[in-house]
Design a protein around this ligand. Structure first.
Ligand code: CAA
Length: 258
C-alpha cells in the first residue's frame, strides 16, 4: 500500500503524504515513495506546479525517530544523504513546488517545507526544529535554510530552544508566506498554483533558477546569470506570444510553453 498519494488537478500535481500511524514521519521507504511521486509528476508535461501536503494531523512530524534510533555515525550519514538529496531536488527542480502545511511540520518535515519555493500554512500548523531536544541537530539542510529564510539570530533562537511555533508566529517571521483556515488550505494553494500556471512556464522556471542563484552568488555574477537567462527567453515562442499579445491589446494570453 502506498503512503504517498499523487493526484492531478488541472496543471497541478498534488502529492499527499499519508502515513497517519507515525504522523507522516520520514523513513527511508517514505522518502523513496516521495521521490517516485516526483518522478511521475516531472514526467507529465501537463504538470506545471507541485503541491506537497500531508493527510490528517501532520504535514510531516520529522524524520522517523524509530528508524534513526539504532543508527551510528556511518549509517546515519547515509540516511541523511537521502533527506538532503530530496530537499535539494525540490529546491532545484524546474517546476515550482508549494508546501501546503496542514499540521505538524517538525524537524525533517520543516526542512522539507523550507526546500519548497513557497509555504502556505493552515491555522492548525505547528512548526519547529526540535532536534536539539533529541540530542542532535537537523540533518537535511535545516541549519542552512532556516537562517536564510528568517535571519541568523531568529534561526539560532528557534534551534537552540527547540521552540515549536504556531502558524501566525511563523507568518510574522517570514517562515510561511500565508496562513489560511484548515478548510481552505488546499483551495487557496490551488488558486495560487492557477495564478502561476496562467503565465509562461518557461519564464516561471527561468525565474526560479535566477532567484535560486541569488543565494549563492554575489550581485554582479547574479545579474550576469539573470541577463543570460533573460536573453535566452527571447529565443522562445512564449516571448513573442506574451509581448505580441500585449501590443495587440489581448486580455487573455495563452502560452504554449515553448
Ligand atoms: N518519528 C516516529 N514516530 C513518530 C514521530 C516521528 N518523528 N512523530 C510522531 N510519531 C508517532 C508517535 O510515536 C505515535 O506513535 P504510536 O501511536 O505508535 O505511539 C504517533 O506518531 C502519534 O504521535 P503522538 O502520540 O506523539 O501524538 P501527539 O499528538 O501526542 O504529539 C507530536 C504529536 C507533537 C508531533 C509528537 O508526536 C512529537 O513530538 N513527535 C516528534 C517530533 C520530532 O521531534 N521531530 C523531529 C524528528 S528528528 C529529525 O527530523 C531529524 C532530521 O533533521 C533529519
Amino acid at each position: 500500500m502506498s503512503d504517498v498519494l499523487l493526484e492531478r488537478k488541472n496543471h497541478t500535481a498534488v502529492i499527499t503524504i499519508d502515513k497517519p500511524e507515525t504522523l507522516n514521519a520520514l523513513c527511508q521507504d517514505l522518502i523513496g515513495q516521495i521521490n517516485r511521486a516526483l518522478d511521475e509528476a516531472e514526467a507529465d508535461s501537463q504538470v506545471y506546479t507541485i503541491i506537497i501536503t500531508g493527510s490528517g494531523r501532520a504535514f510531516i512530524a520529522g524524520a522517523d525517530i524509530g528508524e534513526m534510533y539504532e543508527k551510528d555515525r556511518e549509517t546515519i550519514r547515509k540516511w541523511a544523504v537521502l533527506g538532503c538529496d530530496l530537499n535539494l531536488r525540490l529546491e532545484t527542480m524546474a517546476l515550482p513546488v508549494i508546501a501546503a502545511i496542514n499540521g505538524y511540520a517538525l524537524g525533517g518535515g520543516l526542512e522539507l517545507a523550507m526546500a519548497c519555493d513557497i509555504r502556505i500554512a493552515s491555522e492548525k500548523a505547528r512548526m519547529g526544529l526540535p532536534e536539539t531536544g533529541l540530542g542532535v541537530i537537523c540533518g537535511a539542510g535545516g541549519t542552512q535554510r532556516l537562517p536564510r529564510i528568517v535571519g541568523e539570530s531568529r534561526a539560532k533562537e528557534m534551534i537552540f530552544t527547540a521552540e515549536r511555533m504556531d502558524a501566525r508566529t511563523a507568518l510574522s517571521i517570514g517562515l510561511v508566506d500565508r496562513v489560511t483556515s484548515p478548510e481552505s488550505l488546499l483551495d487557496e494553494t490551488l488558486a495560487l498554483c492557477s495564478a502561476i500556471e496562467k503565465n509562461g512556464q518557461l519564464a516561471v522556471r527561468a525565474a526560479k533558477r535566477a532567484i535560486n542563484a541569488a543565494r549563492d552568488t554575489d550581485i554582479r555574477d547574479g545579474c550576469r546569470f539573470e541577463r543570460e537567462i533573460f536573453s535566452s527567453l527571447f529565443d522562445t515562442e512564449d516571448q513573442k506570444t506574451g509581448m505580441g499579445g500585449f501590443l495587440a491589446g489581448k486580455k487573455d494570453i495563452v502560452f504554449k510553453n515553448r
